[in-house]
Write a protein that binds this ligand. Structure first.
Ligand code: AMP
Length: 491
């Protein structure tokens, strides 16, 4: 199997862009899909985000579009030749950014259209002519109806995250869009699972596809260190802060199950001095993209989010993912922890399991096909009402006497049962620290290995940069994160 990009005979303009990304070898989905697509075959790919699938469909797409490359300024010379459809605005924006990066040394033009923002700038871009169009289905139909773009010269279509598109109810939109396209084309379909609905979609729109499966859809990446701690609701915030500090983590995703819970948790962590922002469906599109950009730029340390808002987002190198709530839908666990340990990097996934979560944990064990060990975490707690920063909000305030408090779960189980050696609820935490640890006697300091200060010490950060070149900033970021709710995506 081909492993190195240089074996693909890509054009030097594309190779140069790939080299600049710093990729050394192809990921399995790239190694399997790119040669096949370059030959013109349709592909049905089972691959999760984080496997490198965007490059797997974008590189052969660009290579095959190069025959149309021209420097003419006439829109007529730049009809849409390739279409990439995705379920969410964030994903579309993310994929469009990657397309631009890989195409930067070519004369191929690309743009992105998605709902929730003004159509006018998108229309202007479309009217100039683009070879590659990245879109969400609903907004693309709006543009088709407004005659802002025609798709009768499309040769290459990608249906990315097809299972999510069907979940959201995009099937009728997809069918309409596909009806505008020439029959003679290459079609790629990527999905986390090959459900019967996905197979039906593939049977209708793909011709003799090559099936490529790089990981079991319900598998979790082996590079992710997973822990399940027994923590009751009242103790979750304290435990979160403790683990962030003990592990010297700089950034993390914190997943919660509801929009309300998401907003509340983000607010309370923010009040406690942690540089936090919330990402959920009640945030406007503009706010969500800005929150994401701020996190990507390292200007926000904690991104508290719901599943819908975070699905498929490619944020590289997030060192940790916290499941503040165990997800209602076990498959979301796989999606959540897919944010860390991506493309070979190692990651940490910590889940807080409360007494109410027995059924959800059972679902998760069934899905992952293994027994999940519940660990007890002995945690020190700030004896003040809430953790806070002293010294002008620069340093974490430690408990005055270094005393540690046990989580309610540990207390209760110890009180009700006789002690026994090696019992789970009495086992020390994974990284136990004795009460006398000098760390408790001095303010928290960054680890020597890191050049930037640990996020948990820095209360104030500069404002976020603009979300993407596609999004115009309309309001100040400070106001933005506190602004009123906007249209909902989640149920
Ligand atoms: P994706 O699955 O397309 O969302 O990609 C996940 C991440 O892997 C992205 O941040 C890519 O930049 C990165 N990536 C893609 N291909 C490679 C590669 N061959 N080597 C290293 N990283 C890659």
């Amino acid at each position: 199997m081909t492993q190195s990009f240089s074996e693909l005979s890509l054009s030097p303009t594309i190779e140069r862009a790939v080299a600049e990304m710093g990729y050394e070898t192809m990921t399995p989905i790239q190694a399997q899909a790119i040669p096949v697509v370059l030959q013109g075959r349709d592909v049905m790919g089972a691959a999760q985000t984080g496997t490198g699938k965007t490059a797997a469909f974008t590189l052969p797409l660009l290579q095959r579009m190069l025959k149309h490359e021209n420097a003419s300024t006439s829109p007529a010379r730049h009809p849409v030749r390739a279409l990439v459809l995705l379920p969410t605005r964030e994903l579309a924006d993310q994929v469009a950014e990657q397309v631009k990066l890989y195409a930067k040394y070519t004369n191929l033009r690309s743009t992105v259209v998605f709902g929730g923002i003004d159509m006018k700038p998108q229309t202007a871009e479309l009217k100039k002519g683009v070879e590659v169009l990245v879109a969400t289905p609903g907004r693309l139909l709006d543009h088709i109806e407004a005659k802002n773009c025609v798709l009768n010269q499309v040769e290459y279509v990608v249906l990315d995250e097809a299972d999510r598109m069907l979940d959201i109810g995009f099937l009728p939109d997809l069918q309409r869009i596909l009806s505008f396209l020439p029959k003679q084309r290459t079609t790629l379909l990527f999905s986390a699972t090959f459900s019967p609905e996905i197979k039906r979609l593939a049977n209708s729109y793909l011709q003799d596809p090559v099936t490529i499966e790089v990981a079991r859809s319900n598998a979790t990446a082996s590079t992710v260190e997973q822990h399940f701690y027994r923590v009751e609701d009242d103790d979750k915030r304290g435990t979160l802060k403790q683990i962030l500090r003990e592990r010297g983590l700089k950034q993390a995703f914190v997943f919660v199950n509801s929009k309300l819970g998401c907003a509340r948790l983000a607010r309370s962590l923010e009040r406690e001095g942690l540089n936090t922002t919330a990402l959920h469906g009640d945030k406007s599109q503009d706010e969500r993209l800005k929150a994401l950009a701020a996190f990507k730029a390292g200007e926000v340390d904690l991104l508290v989010c719901t599943d819908v808002a975070a699905r498929g987002l490619d944020i590289k190198d997030v060192p940790a993912v916290f499941n503040f709530d165990i997800p209602f839908n076990a498959e979301d666990y796989v999606h959540r922890i897919g944010r860390t340990g991506r493309a070979g990097a190692s990651g940490l996934a910590v889940s807080f399991v409360s007494g109410r979560d027995t059924r959800l944990m059972g679902d998760l064990e069934k899905l992952l096909g293994k027994k999940l060990e519940l660990e007890a975490l002995e945690f020190e707690a700030d004896r003040r009402p809430a953790g806070r920063f002293n010294d002008g909000q620069r340093a974490w305030q430690q408990p005055e006497d270094g005393e540690r408090r046990e989580s309610r779960a540990i207390r209760e189980s110890r009180d009700s049962r006789p002690p026994r050696e090696g019992r789970a609820d009495q086992r020390p935490a994974r990284a136990p620290r004795p009460p006398a640890d000098p760390l408790f006697d001095k303010p928290y300091e960054p680890s020597a290995a890191s050049d930037a200060p640990p996020a948990w010490e820095v209360a104030q950060r500069p404002a976020a940069r603009a979300a993407s070149p596609n999004i115009k900033t309309r309001r100040k970021v400070a106001a933005l994160f506190k602004s009123a709710p906007a249209p909902v995506q989640e149920s």
